[in-house]
Design a protein around this ligand. Structure first.
Ligand code: CP
Ligand code: NVA
Length: 310
């Protein structure tokens, strides 16, 4: 049994194995229906229980389809219908019951500590489907998408992030840059630079992360330009002030032109004003492929959690 909580806790070889498995499984699914099951039916009879304390479209769809393609099924709990949310049942008892009825638990939470609390009391794998500090399933899938499009290992590419550098997605991307050994240049306003502890961890592991307050310097010669929402779901900030702080950090055609001519644009979605419509709907944007690939990577993450990765 394996948990999938943070990229930094998982070895590079396992992360690579998940990506390889996703590629093999996706290749075998040409011209079949969304709900057709993979021939080997690896998770037959298994139940994934999901719980979203925050909104979700892509993560929910992709995990639901993923477990079904693996021949299992899912059940999504609404937190507001649980005794837990009303304070009339404890987290340990809730965790025990979920473990008794289900075979894996996917949690999107507004509190990182809750993941560890659930983990402590559960006897089934737990997957972090986004927390305030990390979004590991998203980032692993994004690495898959980049390699699928660029047909090269990500370690041979220059990755650039423009935007809030202290949120869940960039934290996981920074962790991934160490695990997959790729160059990551970040452009953000001074006030929104990455978490210092995370940067110390990068330094200790000889990571290749560079931070700029100037978009051009970060975007130059990049193969991939990434961004994310300026205001994240768990942000407790003055929205207008934060949007203003980022007004010079929008990804538009000028920024894309700093990058290589065949650079691609990625965004985990949902989006805000951090990208222009021209770039978002332009030919360099691969956001729809990026979103759909989450199904394939979730499948291999699930197989890893069940100890069934080939
Ligand atoms: N990218 C992502 O996680 O999307 P959702 O919030 O819709 O799940
Ligand atoms: N950083 C964003 C990611 C959404 C998938 C948020 O937390 O809202």
């Amino acid at each position: 049994m394996n948990h999938f909580i943070n990229i930094r806790d998982i070895s590079s070889s396992i992360l690579r194995k998940i990506i390889m498995d996703a590629k093999k499984r996706k290749n075998k699914r040409k011209k079949i229906n969304t709900l057709d099951q993979d021939k080997d039916k690896p998770l037959k009879g298994k139940l994934l229980i999901q719980m979203f304390e925050k909104s979700s479209l892509r993560t929910r769809l992709s995990f639901t389809i993923a477990i079904k393609q693996l021949s299992g099924d899912e059940l999504t709990l609404r937190p507001n219908e649980l005794h837990l949310s009303k304070g009339t049942e404890s987290l340990p008892d809730t965790a025990k019951i979920i473990s008794t009825f289900g075979n894996a638990f996917m949690l999107r939470t507004d509190n990182d500590k809750k993941i560890n609390e659930f983990k402590k009391y559960m006897t089934i794998p737990i997957i972090n489907g986004l927390s305030p500090s990390s979004h590991p399933t998203q980032v692993l899938s994004d690495i898959y998408t980049i390699e699928e499009i660029k047909k090269k290992p990500i370690s041979m590419l220059n990755i650039c992030w423009v935007g809030d550098a202290n949120n869940n997605v960039i934290n996981s991307l920074i962790e991934a840059s160490v695990k997959f050994s790729f160059k990551l240049k970040i452009a953000c306003p001074k006030k929104y630079e990455p978490n210092k502890n995370l940067l110390n961890w990068v330094k200790k592991h000889k990571g290749k992360v560079k931070i700029f307050n100037d978009i051009k310097k970060a975007a130059e010669k990049s193969d991939v330009i990434f961004t994310d929402k300026v205001i994240s779901m768990n942000d407790k900030v003055n929205r207008l002030r934060k949007l203003k702080d980022f007004k010079n950090f929008q990804i538009n055609s000028k920024v894309m032109n700093f990058a290589k001519s065949d650079a691609i644009f990625l965004h985990c979605l949902p989006r805000g004003p951090e990208v222009s419509d021209k770039v978002f709907f332009g030919k360099q944007s691969k956001v729809w492929q990026q979103a759909l690939n989450r199904i394939y990577v979730q499948k291999s993450i699930l197989l890893y959690c069940f100890g069934k990765l080939r």
